[in-house]
Design a protein around this ligand. Structure first.
Ligand code: 3HC
Length: 295
């Protein structure tokens, strides 16, 4: 049976940067949220982060204390999928790694209702291929949020070859209720946003590698010369250099076109464990009060 699902309960798998942001906006908009992660520590950090961000909104008088309490009260955390049987929609927001996502689906699906919609926040991987690893390709969809989720207005929706209209329509309704705007991309590697954005960041890393400019020159050029809110290297650090590399690899493999080759300097940073803001070092060093360019 295909759904005419009226989404009320949302499950989110993965409580990192994206999952916690998605949990926050869903909870703020009145959805009941089950947030799952294998790590209790990551869940605790996610809840603390959400509470802190909402508290700042209260201080700025953009949110009442009652609304904060209601939003926090809407979130339940779990290290397993107990209770996911109540979810109308589950959004997978784990690491950008196909095998990890498939193994999550394998463990998650037995806990779900047959009519529940399964969405993935993948930023590049084929929706059709991920859907084929589930029992519900017609109720499977790409729902790609942007970082930072509470601020960015866009959600990029992508249907796999089997995704039905009822699924698209139910998920699109959720996007509207979250106060965000959807665009729809065909299911091709990295969709629309990252197909354009991530090669731009990769090119900036080539410019750095070739010594054409330093970090400050490159970011300054694009901030002041192209009105970008963050320069491409600052943005790469913000997104995570491992994520940038994973997306370039999906583009490179998916199109077999050398124009998508990952920059060797990006590979080197990832191999060093310099993944950007989240590890305290990338193209900037974040250990002090202000980020300091490293090249
Ligand atoms: N979480 C929640 N809110 C945040 C935030 C965060 N991590 N960072 C900033 N904000 C909020 C601030 O609270 C502030 O809110 P207010 O206007 O209501 O007071 C607002 O955003 C502006 O913040 P700041 O004044 O501190 O800083 P900026 O003006 O520099 O803006 C920014 C910060 C919104 C992050 C801006 O620099 C920006 O738009 N950067 C580009 C972000 C971008 O391109 N994201 C897409 C990345 S690609 C992607 O996500 C796809 C993925 O698959 C790779």
């Amino acid at each position: 049976m295909t759904n005419a699902v009226n989404v009320q309960n949302i499950g989110i798998v993965g409580a990192g940067q994206m999952g916690s942001g998605i949990a926050q906006v869903c909870a703020q908009c009145g959805y009941s949220v089950s947030l799952a992660d294998i790590s209790q520590d990551v869940l605790d950090k996610a809840v603390t982060g959400i509470g802190g961000r909402l508290q700042r909104l209260v201080e700025k008088e953009r949110l009442t204390q009652d609304a904060l309490d209601a939003a926090v009260g809407n979130i339940t955390t779990k290290t397993d999928y107990a209770g996911f049987g109540d979810c109308d929609l589950v959004i997978e927001a784990a690491t950008e790694n196909e095998e990890i996502k498939k193994s999550i689906f394998e463990n998650l699906i037995p806990a779900l209702r047959d009519d529940a919609i399964l969405a993935t926040n993948t930023s590049s991987i084929s929706i059709t291929r991920l859907a084929a690893a589930t029992d519900r390709p017609e109720r499977f969809i790409g729902m790609h949020f942007m970082n930072p989720v509470p601020v960015m207005k866009l959600v990029e929706l992508s249907k796999g070859i089997a995704t039905d209209e009822a699924t698209y329509s139910a998920v699109n309704t959720v996007v509207g209720k979250l106060g965000k705007t959807s665009i729809t991309s065909e299911d091709f590697p990295a969709f629309i946003v990252n197909r354009i954005l991530v090669p731009m960041m990769n090119e900036a890393i080539y410019v750095l590698q070739e010594g054409i400019g330093g970090v400050t020159d490159i970011d300054g050029a694009m901030k002041l010369g192209a009105n970008q809110p963050m320069g491409p290297l600052e943005l790469a650090d913000f997104v995570g250099l491992d994520t940038c590399l994973a997306i370039m690899q999906v583009l490179y493999d998916g199109f077999a076109d050398s124009k998508y080759r990952p920059c060797p300097l990006l590979v080197k940073y990832v191999e060093a464990g310099w993944l950007g803001r989240k590890t305290g070092r990338g193209f900037y060093d974040y250990s002090g009060d202000k980020p300091v360019p490293t090249r």
